[in-house]
Write a protein of this length. Sequence first.
Length: 95
Amino acid sequence: MGIIQEEYEEDGLLVVMIMLDGTPADAAALAEEAKLSIPVLVDPQQKAFDRWDPQLRTPDTAFIKPGMEVHMTGATWHPALIEEVLGLEIGRAHV
């Protein structure tokens, strides 16, 4: 996901991993162990999931448009979808 983040960061994309349990220290250890280049949010009270995926399906993907509008959940990441969410010309870049 770091490659996707790097490709679209200037366009406003932010990729975040959300853990449903654990502590910030657990998240930091996971990020270090897995060499993640994206932020890891700990959400034990499931506030993020309640907002974007109230059915709590995991693992899941939510595409949140600027303004915090949910574009779609449960989708597979691919360049055309990312470009659609960001309001970019479809096919302008390839990851």
